[in-house]
Design a protein around this ligand. Structure first.
Ligand SMILES: Cc1cc2nc3c(=O)[nH]c(=O)nc-3n(C[C@H](O)[C@H](O)[C@H](O)COP(=O)(O)OP(=O)(O)OC[C@H]3O[C@@H](n4cnc5c(N)ncnc54)[C@H](O)[C@@H]3O)c2cc1C
Length: 460
């Protein structure tokens, strides 16, 4: 008698359901490349990777995996730091082939494939002087970023990525392909806007774009370590009354041994205030003047630049394949005691590529009422994102450092975490307040009662 295994049942099921994409299994030449994500610290062996071609392929893969008794994961850009898009023994449904971007310049409506990268979205929208708010590293996936909320340079001017979402084509847990919007399946549409990919596979997003650029004012002000505290305080003062068109991040990094960092700072910690102004350029110069005059930087790299250059300005800080570990705090304020604890923690940074980003929120983020979308913690004043990176070495010293700075700064944080920065072991419950959590569980019960999509583990 011929025995069947989950793998053989999967392959047969995919054929039976008409899957036309590529399937890579253990033993195939490209299997190791196929299972690798952005974070080199994640080393998992999925049962197979199915490269879906379209929504029908996604539906076929979901049905085949379920019939074969396999759990599944979904991969867009592969940027999940904790590696939620690949799991040992599960089928990974890869969406990268679904990367088309269609822009209607007349209505400013943008249709984006569920596997597109931010660079693909930005390139297509900027051809028409439009942009959809997204993240800060251009090789991040639109899919995962959007479904968790989407924070970035435009967040104070135009809101989170989900605040510009008009609708989505979704493949549900039973393989049905449906549409979700304010008019159709409004409960599902609500949960997609912050619920973190737990309700179905989005094969197409539909966004409203905004007029942005093509030239914006952006760049970095670099401060020596002795002035790091003053740089944080000056940025805080600036952001206290800043127009929504200004977004600022205060970043602690180790200066790399290259221009524009002066030689005497190479290998030493520095503070970088990274800014983006997306309003009228001359007004931006006026708005930034108090920061430049009150706390003069060592190097001033803020200048008019194409929006797409702003969107990739930080790419070099996040190379593929390095080993990473991250944690995030929301903050009720960027107070002096917090700044001191953060600086003391960064003074102990063990690796040159580890860094900390503190961003001021507010503006358009707060013009959407809490609970109007499933994004968890609207109303926070700021967040600080600790990113440990060890290059190709073991991640543990960098991860240990992240945990210790996280603990040292915890007394100054508010409860909660951004679902897209949920570190392994932290419960997804922490990403939401009580009301949003109750609604998410309810929508989960309706659309995915068997927990087919369990990247984070929202369970009825
Ligand atoms: C270098 C770097 C920079 C980042 N910068 C930002 C930033 O500026 N702003 C910000 O908000 N976040 C940022 N993030 C966090 C980022 O939003 C999350 O890691 C997000 O999950 C990445 O999406 P992805 O599609 O690339 O990830 P993947 O690893 O492919 O997917 C992560 C999870 O998202 C879900 N998912 C992805 N696509 C789909 C889809 N089409 N349908 C259903 N589920 C899907 C799945 O559950 C999957 O497990 C950054 C992360 C990294 C690594």
């Amino acid at each position: 008698m011929q025995t069947t295994t989950p793998a053989s049942r999967l392959a047969a099921g995919l054929r039976a359901h008409g899957f036309v994409g590529r399937l890579l299994e253990p033993g195939d030449a490209d299997y190791d490349t196929a299972r690798a994500g952005w974070n080199g610290a994640i080393d998992r062996r999925p049962a197979a990777v199915a490269y879906a071609h379209d929504a029908d392929d996604v539906a076929a893969a979901i049905r085949a995996a379920r019939e074969a008794g396999l759990s599944l994961t979904v991969r867009g850009g592969g940027h999940s730091v904790s590696g939620r898009s690949v799991r040992d023994g599960a089928l990974c449904i890869d969406l990268r082939a679904l990367n088309g971007v269609e822009v209607d310049p007349r209505t400013a409506v943008v249709r984006v494939g569920g596997g597109a990268l931010l660079s693909e979205l930005d390139a297509a929208t900027q051809e028409h002087g439009l942009a959809v708010p997204a993240g800060q590293i251009s090789h991040t996936g639109v899919g995962g970023l959007t479904l968790g909320g989407g924070i970035g340079w435009l967040m104070r001017h135009h809101g989170l990525t989900v605040d510009s979402l008009l609708g989505a084509e979704v493949v549900l847990a039973d393989g049905d392909i449906v549409r979700a919007s304010a008019e159709e399946r409004a409960d599902l549409f609500w949960a997609l806007r912050g619920g973190g990919g737990e309700f179905g596979v989005v094969t197409r997003f539909e966004f409203r774009a905004h007029r942005v650029g093509p030239t914006v004012l952006g760049g970095m002000l670099v401060y020596p370590w002795e002035d790091a505290r003053a740089a944080f305080q000056a940025t805080r003062a600036l952001m206290a009354g800043a127009p929504d068109a200004l977004t600022a991040f205060a970043v602690l990094v180790t200066a790399p041994p290259q221009a524009p960092f002066p030689a005497e700072h190479h290998g030493r910690p520095v503070a970088v205030v990274a800014v983006a102004w997306t309003g009228e350029l001359e007004e931006g110069e006026r708005v930034l003047a108090p920061l430049r005059a009150g706390c003069p930087p060592l190097v001033d790299l803020v200048a008019p630049m194409p929006y797409v250059a702003l969107q990739s300005m930080l790419d070099a800080t996040a190379p593929h394949g390095s080993r990473y570990y991250d944690k995030l705090h929301y903050l009720p304020e960027v107070g002096d005691a917090f700044i001191d604890a953060l600086l003391a923690g960064f003074a102990e940074v063990p690796t040159p590529h580890s860094h900390v980003m503190t961003a001021w929120m507010g503006g358009a983020l707060d013009r959407v009422a809490p609970g109007e979308t499933a994004f968890g913690h609207r109303g926070a004043r700021a967040f600080t994102w600790l990113i440990g990176c060890s290059g190709e070495d073991a991640v543990e010293p960098a991860a240990e450092w992240v945990r210790s700075v996280f603990d040292a700064t915890a007394p100054f944080a508010s409860a909660g975490v951004y679902v897209n920065a949920l570190d392994e072991g932290r419960p997804v419950r922490d990403a939401y307040g009580d009301e949003i959590w109750a609604r998410l569980v309810d929508v989960k019960r309706r659309y995915d009662p068997d927990g087919v999509f369990d990247a984070h583990g929202i369970r009825p």
